[in-house]
Design a binder for this molecule. Structure first.
Ligand SMILES: C[S@@+](CC[C@H](N)C(=O)[O-])C[C@H]1O[C@@H](n2cnc3c(N)ncnc32)[C@H](O)[C@@H]1O
Length: 273
């Protein structure tokens, strides 16, 4: 039904479309299982038919979406690498607030946002610590290639593990406990706009408009050098002049492209256009 040669074809397709690089030794079993289940659901009698459908008969990109939802790694939690949220509200936004026209909102993109913990962490930090920019509207948009995680982000319902790093007083203030889950209060669920977007889809990125700040944490690590470069340049185009980009702690822009200036605030290294 499915073999190593099929895996090589499919993983090359996935890499070309999404930048995600799957190693056979780590991902074969998972992909094998996924293909067997899709063959059953779609009533197809072999990988060749599936791969044909994926490439040539997937006009609404539904099968591509199924595939993406199966291969992404969505690990995230509230206040992950929390120093960066401190830098955002205490240094970056106040600085941009001074130089941007008074009537414009400051726009932040969380890309990728996974199940929403990163952009909602920004909302909590803004509510708790944003005295310096209190007269300024802030617009936060979260995007991810995986439609399942975007649905979860829109629902605003989180696990115990997901909220473990939030101070208990804030958990009490901003969440309702529903069974074993933590439901974000209604007012905050609408505070972030979420969209399913592939970071290589330049037309969809252009439609989002320009941003003052982009968080792109813990996605580039899954890409090879060529894809990292392409994404970094997409972000460069999406940033307004003097806008900032935040990467994950294990990611360094200076190893990818040289168009950004590295800046240190407290202990966080971030990058300015
Ligand atoms: C580990 S999560 C990071 C979430 C969050 N930024 C954080 O640091 O906690 C990585 C996310 O990247 C998303 N992703 C992978 N390739 C993508 C692509 N080509 N376009 C958009 N999102 C992508 C995955 O769906 C996954 O949700």
């Amino acid at each position: 039904m499915f073999n190593e040669a099929n895996f090589a074809k499919l993983s090359e397709f996935i890499y070309r479309k999404s930048g995600i690089f799957l190693e056979e030794s780590k991902h074969y079993d998972k992909i094998n299982k996924f293909i067997l289940s899709r063959l059953k659901d779609l009533e197809l009698d072999g990988f060749r038919k599936y791969f044909f459908k994926l490439r040539f008969e997937d006009n609404d990109a539904k099968e591509f979406q199924e595939l993406m939802n199966a291969v992404t790694v969505n690990e995230t939690y509230f206040f992950r690498e929390h120093d960066q949220f401190e830098v955002l509200v205490n240094h970056v936004l106040p600085q941009l607030n001074q130089i941007r026209p008074k009537n414009e909102p400051l726009r932040i993109l969380s890309s990728p946002c996974s199940t929403g913990e990163e952009p909602y962490s920004m909302v909590l930090y803004l509510l708790e610590e944003a005295g310096l920019i209190e007269n300024r509207d802030v617009e936060i948009i979260g995007i991810d290639i995986d439609s399942n995680v975007i649905q979860k982000a829109q629902d605003g319902k989180f696990s115990e593990r997901s909220v473990h790093a939030i101070p208990p007083v804030q958990v009490q203030k901003y969440f309702k406990k529903v069974g074993m889950s933590y439901q974000l209060i209604d007012d905050l669920v609408g505070a972030v706009e979420f969209k399913v977007i592939n970071i290589f889809d330049r037309a969809a990125l252009r439609d989002l408009g320009k941003f003052d700040v982009i968080f792109s944490r813990n996605m580039l690590i899954y890409f090879d050098d060529a894809s990292k470069k392409e994404v970094a340049m997409n972000f460069y185009d999406m940033l307004k002049p003097q806008g900032y980009i935040f990467l994950g702690h294990a990611e360094y822009m200076s190893r990818i492209v040289s168009v950004f200036k590295a800046k240190k605030f407290d202990n966080s290294l971030i990058y300015q256009k």
